[in-house]
Design a protein around this ligand. Sequence first.
Ligand code: PLP
Ligand code: COI
Length: 341
Amino acid sequence: MNNAVNIEWGKLGFSYIKTDYRYISRWKDGSWDNGKLIEDNNLTISEGSTCLHYGQQCFEGLKAYCTKEGKIQLFRPDQNAKRMIQSCRRIFMPEVPKEKFIDACVQVVKANEAWVPPYGTGATLYLRPFVIGVGDNIGVSPAREYIFSVFCIPVGPYFKGGMSPIDFSVSEYDRAAPKGTGAAKVGGNYAASLYPHEKAREEGFADCVYLDPSTHTKIEEVGAANFFGITKDNKFVTPISDSILPSITKYSLLHVAKEYLGLEVEERDVYIDNLDEFAEAGACGTAAVISPIGSITYKGKKHIFHSLTEVGPITRKLYETLVGIQIGDIKAPSGWILEVK
Ligand code: PLP
Ligand code: COI
């Protein structure tokens, strides 16, 4: 039975909803089993699991979209597969092969087809693949058993209001260290962000900007999203750093800005003291899509970008083009779309 018919798609936020099926596969003695779909959304694992004590876990986030013709498609799942391999390597877990990762995502989407939000609702199906170290352990060493799982949830906007400008503060804390795990999608980075996030919320901001952990002068991340700015002479600029999560949305936007909108693009340092160079700014990510940044407050001074209430013209164009590609209204670059059949 599915309850999907009861969902008001247009009213969805970003909250957990139990869908019908999830994929699970186990690794032991050097190999992954074939994996299967299950209905139970509870995991039973050893109290000694390394994911519980030493943060040996990583995850991914990607979305399935419904096109005007009713087809279901994934956006660049190969890139998420690739990044999960890098995350697994960084914290010494067995890699999930690309084919297995994509197959698991496809199985989960197909099994939960009724939960894929229809075209035109603005909602999408968010997939959450993850790998955890499990089994009986106690010393600080890699687990000898692992679980790879994928579940899915229909979602609406990550930041309240979706495509309306939001306000950020700048955190005094770091989410990652130089040469640490900032570029890997591991739970520890997110645990480190919970307190600064909550503090920002208490102060009335949607979330906070993280600066580079070495000098605290350059923008790294915007909450759980990457930063981009549009300079006054219309360049698309996004920060470069080893401790930023390499956002698939950000790399897609670099391509969209250049090839679809004809903008100059730059991946380079973005100084928090030089926000005046930007006419518009935004946060980008799978969950965040493109969330326009209305303002960034740093050392008590509120820097306003295009407007606190209106979306800048280039940010809007980027959003329309990216989402148009994802939902099949605009022709995608080769290899970006995988139809789920
Ligand atoms: N930065 C952080 C810290 C994130 O959690 C995410 C979300 O995945 C992103 C950036 C955006 O990455 P992507 O566009 O691949 O979703
Ligand atoms: C994503 O955009 O997929 C993220 O992982 C962000 C957040 C929900 C953790």
